[in-house]
Design a binder for this molecule. Structure first.
Ligand code: SAH
Length: 357
């Protein structure tokens, strides 16, 4: 099909935030540069309507790579005996936040494997300490699946947001990427619990993961419509050499960029990161992501000494740079797109604020 025939679908998506499955598949499967250009142009108009030229930064602190799970794609899976495990101390984590604050970060993201050491008591203590030092900052957790009462305690301790990618909304596809002890149902149950508790919630999927079809991606889009997350994190699947999926093809920047734009049209106000994985698969990937509708970057604030060990996939970028250097480099990259990094928590516009702990 000539891709201009698809332009009315973009009108419909913008006006109704909905398309039929057939229409979504036409957009997902069209690889023409012309459609790419038009959809990203429209995505940019929408992001600028709600966010102007602002780009929010989130300081990512990868605080543990111990993990009890054995996801087939992930380099820190428990079955990877070659991964060198580390866990940052409370003091190290607080120092990352202090450095980040000085640099202008107003959101910190604590991300890690599912590490049993971080009980509710240890995590709530850590959350309180961070919020006490930096009451004007938002705190995001990305520590996987826990039970509802645990999520409640962490929220009460001061956590504002939670990132839990759904990975794929197709049950059979989910089961092909995860061991039997992990269930698609539980992942979704967690996302719904997080929403109910009052977190600003981020879900998302890897693009181009092994076995992913257009039908899977349509289910992903339907899940976004249903859950209405405040954030959507998507990035290409990139194989890690010590995992069962080592020999699989990586996802592409092209598909990731098209999906970023589709998601911007679907959820116009959503917070949408241009991810490190996108910058890994394509050296200009994060800039292209911003030009395709993304409005968030998540630079690494983890100590340089442990960066290499938080290896979810191969060839991850930004392993050697201290926070300050990293931010300088990113600022230049962002300027090249006509956008600018701002010193702001960058909450979702629909977020009404949260009572302090
Ligand atoms: N344990 C936490 C954090 C996981 S790491 C959790 O379960 O949410 C954050 C994200 O990295 C994952 O959700 C996954 O989507 C992504 N990731 C893991 N392995 C990857 C790979 N090989 N390629 C690309 N992304 C990957």
């Amino acid at each position: 099909m000539e891709c201009q025939k698809l332009f009315p679908l973009l009108d419909k998506l913008e006006q109704t935030q909905d398309l039929t499955d057939e229409e979504f598949s036409l957009l997902i499967e069209d690889h023409s540069a012309e459609l790419g250009k038009e959809i990203s142009r429209r995505a940019r108009i929408l992001r600028e309507k709600y966010y102007g030229k602002d780009v929010y930064i989130r300081g990512l602190i990868e605080f543990t790579n111990y993990c009890r799970n054995n996801c087939y794609y992930c380099g820190i899976r428990c079955g990877n005996a070659r991964a060198q495990r580390y866990r940052l101390t409370r003091e190290e984590i607080l120092a990352c936040c202090d450095t980040g604050y000085e640099l202008g970060f107003r959101t910190f993201v604590l991300q890690g494997g599912e590490d049993a050491y971080f009980t509710d008591d240890r995590l709530t203590e850590l959350i309180r300490a961070i919020k006490k030092s930096h009451p004007d900052c938002a705190l995001t957790l990305s520590v996987g699946e826990r039970e509802q009462d645990s999520y409640e305690k962490l929220f009460e301790a001061g956590a504002d947001r939670y990132l839990l990618r759904h990975e794929t909304a197709d049950k059979a596809h989910y089961e092909s990427l995860h061991p039997p002890e992990l269930s698609h149902e539980h992942r979704l149950k967690c996302l719904h619990a997080l929403k109910t508790i009052g977190y600003q919630v981020g879900c998302g999927m890897m693009t181009g993961s092994p076995g992913q079809t257009t039908a899977c991606l349509i289910k992903d889009l339907r899940l976004l419509q249903e859950l209405q997350p405040e954030m959507v994190g998507i990035g290409p699947f990139i194989p890690h050499h010590d995992t069962p999926l080592a020999g699989c093809q990586p996802g592409t920047a092209g598909l990731t960029l098209r999906l970023l734009s589709i998601i911007r049209l679907l959820l116009p106000q959503v917070l949408l990161p241009a991810t490190t994985a996108l910058g890994t698969i394509d050296p200009g990937g994060r800039e292209k992501g911003l030009m395709a509708g993304a409005n968030v970057l998540m630079p690494n604030l983890s100590p340089v000494t442990v960066r290499r060990q938080y290896a979810l996939y191969d060839n991850k970028i930004c392993l050697g740079e201290e926070g300050a250097e990293c931010l300088r480099c990113l600022s230049k990259r962002v300027s090249s797109t006509g956008y600018r990094i701002v010193k702001d928590r960058g909450d979702h516009p629909g977020f009404k604020g949260k009572e302090g702990p």
